[in-house]
Design a protein around this ligand. Structure first.
Ligand SMILES: [Zn+2]
Length: 257
């Protein structure tokens, strides 16, 4: 049974068939899904799917690209959701995105909002789901400031040394369909180095469909491709990758089997 640890079912590309698609997951061997939020609205939606489907869990948070004036009030709503909703199992996704944000002041604000959500995770004893795009040094600096918080770096794009430090800090690394692309040399090198006990798989649906579905709308139905690719890289069976990555996700997000 596979665990897609990162999928955005609130995206409008699922408006036509969200319910039939989600309902079909267990019969397609996708036994668990974690839907992170990116702002208040999508966090509320994530909670609503989690409350509707027993196999769906939620994370709530403000994504670096979704920070708006008034974010302090949004953060209070996020806190209330995380405290009151039993299927919220992480704060996320949070972090830094310097690929889309070039302005220094806006980047500084991303750092503040990231740190405040790390504090929230620490206070509520929840793990975090970190988005780090082209911001490795600053992401690591903030991550190090909270040694009692653990979590996952999702769609991991850093190098091997950074991966080693994250492992020491207790983090997991998760990988998307990017690893099925021919040019994914760096990610494959990291997967080779990192023990399977610290890896997770995700689709990041509806984005980044894996090969051979590249260009299509992504969904958790394709998460088996990440298990197969990791199996090839590590020279073990896909069934083994499936079993261990599901167990890793259960551990981190506190989902008993
Ligand atoms: Zn995401």
């Amino acid at each position: 049974m596979l665990f897609d640890t990162h999928a955005h079912y609130d995206d409008e590309r699922f408006d036509e068939d969200r319910d039939t698609l989600l309902a079909s997951m267990p019969e397609n061997n996708v036994g668990l899904i974690l839907n992170p939020g990116c702002d208040v609205e999508s966090s509320r939606k994530a909670v609503s799917y989690a409350n509707k489907y027993p196999f769906v869990y939620a994370a709530v948070g403000i994504h670096p690209e979704n920070i708006e004036d008034g974010w302090e009030a949004d953060l209070e709503t996020i806190r209330a959701l995380a405290q009151n909703e039993s299927k919220v199992r992480a704060i996320g996704e949070i972090g830094l995105d310097y690929y889309w944000e070039k302005d220094e002041r806006a980047r500084a604000r991303q750092q503040v909002v990231f740190a405040r959500q790390m504090e929230l995770a620490r206070a509520l004893h929840l793990p975090v789901i970190v988005h780090d795009r082209d911001a490795h040094a600053d992401s690591m600096e903030i991550t190090r400031r909270y040694p009692d918080v653990i979590g996952v770096y999702h769609c991991y794009a850093g190098h091997v040394e950074m991966a080693r430090e994250l492992l020491k800090l207790g983090y997991y690394l998760s990988f998307t369909g990017v690893i099925t692309f021919k040019n994914a040399k760096k990610a494959k090198e990291v997967i080779r180095e990192v023990p399977i006990e610290r890896l997770m798989i995700e689709t990041d649906s509806p984005y980044m469909a894996p090969e051979p579905f590249r260009g299509r709308r992504n969904s958790s139905l394709y998460v088996h491709r990440m298990a197969e690719t990791i199996a090839e890289i590590k020279g073990i069976s896909a069934a083994e990758v499936e079993r261990i990555t599901t167990e890793n996700g259960r551990q981190l997000f506190g989902i008993s089997g």
